[in-house]
Design a protein around this ligand. Structure first.
Ligand code: MN
Length: 252
């Protein structure tokens, strides 16, 4: 099976992103008066200097409209995710042993990484790993429902889709500050957990199936303080086919 990294290499990474970006970039000048947490500076170019690359979004910035708007997608991917990649590259500079690991390996082995870089890798590597999973979990899919083996597992482990939706929404609404709510596989069973900041489920020994990003940068341009509306909209952009494939791969 092709890994994400293989695909990025094949497509030429940043070059592939740039090929689809110019038109939309021209239409979506960021309005700084609406920015919630200040965006880290755009660092796509420096990111290319290290081992970690910003994966192309894989679809148009406006593909999830009206649930997630093109401007949010553009800034979220091209600025926020790019900054995590650039900062992760900076963190592993001078650590060739770490630079040759995948970001998922870094997250799994985080507790044993050198203390001098552990916090940076926790935050920046977590940001890279989490967003990489996030983009590949999304597709415009109004009123979509779980499919296949994953649907059966949700029925068995989490009381069915309606209960999952209710509990995931409650957890995301109630999460204080920045973080994610995760649907993961833990000891062979599905579970829902909220984790702070960019902490990765991989570090907790869990395999992420879906993450709901509830950092303000994920929704503030469109929804401002109305996090609950963003959470409700999120259920219309879940690519359940992709999640089912991820679940099946995690079982293998
Ligand atoms: Mn985010």
């Amino acid at each position: 099976m092709l890994t994400r990294r293989d695909v990025i290499k094949t497509l030429g990474g940043a070059a592939a992103t740039l090929a689809i970006a110019p038109v939309l970039n021209a239409q979506t000048t960021p309005d700084s008066s609406h920015s919630a947490p200040p965006a880290a500076p755009a660092t796509t170019a420096p990111a290319a200097a290290g081992p970690f690359k910003l994966p192309p979004l894989g679809y148009a910035y406006d593909a999830l409209e009206p649930y997630i708007d093109a401007q949010t997608m553009t800034i979220h991917h091209d600025k926020h995710h790019a900054a995590y990649v650039a900062n992760l590259n900076a963190a592993v500079a001078g650590h060739p042993d770490l630079a040759q690991m995948t970001v998922d390996q870094l997250m799994i082995q985080l507790p044993s990484l050198p203390e001098t870089v552990r916090t940076k890798i926790r935050n920046q590597g977590g940001g890279h790993a989490n967003h990489t999973l996030f983009w590949t979990s999304l597709k415009k899919n109004p009123n979509g429902k779980p499919v296949g083996d994953l649907a059966a597992a949700i029925d068995k482990d989490l009381g069915g889709y309606d209960t999952l939706k209710k509990n995931l929404s409650t957890a995301a609404t109630g999460l204080f500050g920045s973080g994610w709510v995760w649907l993961t596989l833990k000891n062979g069973k599905l579970t829902l957990d909220a984790l702070p900041n960019q902490d990765s489920p991989l570090t907790q020994g869990q395999i992420p199936i879906l993450g709901l990003d509830v950092w303000e940068h994920a929704y503030y341009l469109k929804y401002q303080n109305r996090r609950a509306e963003y959470i409700a909209a999120f259920f219309h952009v879940i690519d359940w086919e992709a999640l089912n494939a991820r679940y099946q791969a995690a079982q293998a």
